[in-house]
Design a protein. Structure first.
Length: 390
């Protein structure tokens, strides 16, 4: 039999179930879920506590007994981390490095001929063969040899070498002059030279130099004989940031010169550099063309052209002397630029040019870079040639 307290508890429950049968069914359905959730909640914190590493008991460090005679503790500051080395800008190649092939072809052979020998007839014969094959030109080679012949027989190798060095330096110093002051504005530079001499590239490098010094430059593509020359000069104009005045292929170069100077005056340019055709098939058309350009330039700007620069390729050796002779016959040349000295063994032609014409050498080209068109300095050139530069 059920005990009385339980009967008293079940009777109200039965009455409630009879009154709410649907609700009782819902409670019965939800009860298992409630029981599962309760068990899960009790289990999870215990699992998490087991996963955590037990914390080690913290113990205070044992006290160190104080010693009266102990040295005081000194704290040394941590040394700062070393700074990364600052990268140095690349060193510009020395002229000696750029003239290595010419030096070997001229002075290197000279050293091998002289060696430790004294001057005698046999040495003179070998020197004569060397100088006449060194692209100096016959008159220049003969004049250098004559200087050596004045040395007493028995002179040592160092004395002969010094004599040749002084003779070369004397010829080159005669054509070293300061760069001319700017006239105008605009200061007009007319550039001559055969095709392939590096004429257009020299114009671009000159333009870069003037632009780098804050001057406004206008270029004239007067070599209308070659479309490639016009395009090359336009490319340099874009590279340097200069305006280029160009006409049509086969057009009148004098008209291009006229338009160039008009543009230079209108833009307030400081410098105008005008290219010219480099064909040398006959002298008469060249003379007529250059004469017409010169007359047009002189009408537009007083005193122009202020410079007439002849560009010669050192690779052509003694042919450069022939080119210089032809151009100086048809027009007045005020300065020379000798290009491609870094890639040739024939750079001795510069000595021959100086000796034959006495025209100031303004620039030497010793590489492809914009900064590789250098002002000519006679002593620097000789030092590099004879390997005496620092």
């Amino acid at each position: 039999m059920l005990q009385r307290p339980m009967i008293d508890w079940l009777h109200p429950l039965a009455t409630w179930i009879q009154a709410h049968p649907h609700l009782f069914l819902l409670v019965c359905a939800a009860l298992p879920l409630v029981l599962v959730a309760a068990v899960e909640l009790r289990r999870r914190p215990a699992a998490e506590r087991q996963a955590e590493p037990a914390e080690l008991p913290r113990t205070a460090p044992a006290p160190v007994p104080e010693r009266r005679d102990a040295a005081p503790t000194v704290t040394v500051p941590e040394a700062p981390a070393p700074r990364a080395p600052v990268a140095e800008p690349p060193r510009a190649p020395r002229l000696r490095e750029r003239l290595a092939r010419t030096q070997e072809a001229l002075v290197g052979r000279l050293e091998r001929v002289l060696g430790g020998r004294e001057l005698d007839a046999e040495v003179l014969d070998e020197l004569e063969a060397l100088l006449f094959s060194a692209d100096l030109g016959v008159p220049t080679a003969e004049s250098l040899l004559e200087r050596v012949r004045k040395q007493p027989v028995g002179s040592d190798a160092a004395s002969v070498r010094a004599t040749l060095r002084d003779a070369v330096a004397e010829k080159l110093r005669a054509v070293e002059q300061p760069q001319p002051a700017l006239a105008g504005p605009p200061h007009v530079i007319l550039v001559l030279g055969v095709n392939g001499s590096g004429k257009t590239t020299t114009i671009g490098k000159l333009a870069a130099r003037h632009a780098g010094e804050g001057r406004r430059v206008v270029l004239g593509a007067g070599d209308t004989f070659r479309a490639a020359a016009i395009e090359q000069l336009q490319a340099w104009g874009e590279r340097v940031g200069c305006e280029v005045v160009a006409g049509q292929e086969g057009g009148d170069p004098a008209s291009v010169a006229f338009d160039t100077l008009r543009a230079a005056v209108a833009r307030g340019a400081d410098v105008a550099i005008i290219d010219t055709a480099g064909r040398l098939q006959t002298k008469k058309p060249l003379m007529e063309e250059l004469g017409k350009i010169a007359r047009v330039i002189a009408r537009e700007v007083e005193g122009a052209p202020h410079e007439t620069l002849l560009v010669l390729d050192a690779n052509t050796g003694q042919n450069a002397i022939s080119q210089a002779r032809l151009f100086t016959e048809v027009t007045s040349v005020s300065g020379l630029a000798l290009t491609k000295l870094d890639g040739t063994a024939k750079g001795g032609v510069l000595v021959g040019l100086a000796d034959a014409f006495g025209i100031p050498v303004r620039y030497v080209g010793v590489g492809e870079g914009v900064d590789d068109l250098r002002d000519f300095a006679a002593d620097e050139f000789v030092d590099a040639l004879f390997r005496e530069d620092a």
